[in-house]
Design a protein around this ligand. Structure first.
Ligand code: URA
Length: 237
C-alpha cells in the first residue's frame, strides 16, 4: 500500500505536490468516493479518477530542453502562446520540472515521472541551479556579498548562495554575474538583483544539477540517458 499522492505522481499524471493539491481540493475519487485525506493509502487496484479522467500508468519519458525566449513554461496557455511542451514531439503527458520565465532561456527538464520531478524540486536535495544574469550597471563587492548572504524577497530571506562576477562592460554599463541557487521561488533571480538595486536584462539557466546545455542548441532538446535518470534516483530526500 502507498500514499495516494505518491501513487498519482508515479503514474506520471503530475508531481507529488500537485497531486496533493488535487486531493485536498476534492478532485480525486477512489472507487467512486471523493478522497481529500492526504494520508489515504491505495494498493494499485482501485479505480482512481481525477477531473473525470481515469488514471492509468504510462511509459516514462525524460527530456532536457534548451528553452528559447518567448515560450511559456507550462503545459497550456490561455493566451495561445507557444509552450515548452509544444516544442517536444511526444504523445505522453509530460510537464516541466520547475519553471523559467517567458524571457529566460536555458536548461529546462520535462517528464511525466512525478517521482523524478519531486527529487529535483525538493528543497532538501539542494540541487544546484546555475544562472547567468546580464544586469544593467556595474556591480561591486558589497552588492555581491549581500546576494551571497541571502537578500530578502517578498518578505522572506533567501538562502545563502554562490555568486561570481564573470565580467563587466564599462562601455555599455552592464555586468554579467553567475549565481547558483537551490531554491526555486517565483522570479527569484530577478527579485534578488532588484533587492540590491540592479535590473536583470537577460537571464539564462546554464545548469541544473548534472544537466548542462552541452550539445543542445537553443530551441532543441534531447532525451535523458538511463545513467542520468539513475543518478537522480540515487539522490535521497
Ligand atoms: N529566476 C528568475 O527570476 N527567472 C527565472 O526564469 C528563473 C529564475
Amino acid at each position: 500500500m502507498e500514499r495516494l499522492q505518491k501513487f498519482i505522481a508515479e503514474t506520471g499524471y503530475t508531481s507529488r505536490r500537485k497531486a496533493e493539491e488535487l486531493i485536498t481540493s476534492g478532485k480525486v475519487t477512489v472507487d467512486g468516493k471523493i478522497v481529500t485525506e492526504l494520508g489515504t493509502k491505495v494498493g494499485g487496484k482501485e479505480e482512481i479518477i481525477i477531473d473525470e479522467e481515469i488514471l492509468t500508468k504510462e511509459e516514462k519519458e525524460y527530456y532536457l530542453l534548451n528553452k528559447p525566449r518567448e515560450v511559456i513554461t507550462s503545459v497550456s496557455d490561455d493566451k495561445g502562446r507557444k509552450t515548452v511542451v509544444d516544442i517536444i514531439n511526444t504523445n505522453k503527458r509530460i510537464y516541466p520540472i520547475g519553471r523559467l520565465d517567458y524571457d529566460t532561456t536555458g536548461v529546462l527538464l520535462l517528464t511525466n515521472d512525478g517521482e523524478f520531478a519531486n527529487i529535483l524540486m525538493h528543497p532538501n536535495n539542494k540541487i544546484d541551479k546555475v544562472y547567468i544574469a546580464k544586469i544593467r550597471g556595474i556591480i561591486k563587492g558589497d552588492a555581491i556579498n549581500k546576494l551571497k548572504n541571502g537578500v530578502i524577497i517578498d518578505g522572506r530571506k533567501c538562502e545563502k548562495c554562490r555568486v561570481k562576477l564573470r565580467k563587466t562592460n564599462i562601455n555599455n554599463n552592464t555586468s554579467t554575474v553567475e549565481i547558483v541557487i537551490h531554491e526555486g521561488r517565483n522570479h527569484q533571480v530577478k527579485k534578488m538583483f532588484e533587492a540590491v538595486g540592479f535590473e536583470v536584462l537577460k537571464l539564462k539557466r546554464e545548469r541544473v544539477g548534472i544537466f548542462t546545455l552541452d550539445g543542445v542548441s537553443s530551441g532543441k532538446y534531447r532525451r535523458l540517458t538511463p545513467k542520468e535518470i539513475s543518478i537522480i534516483y540515487s539522490i535521497k530526500n
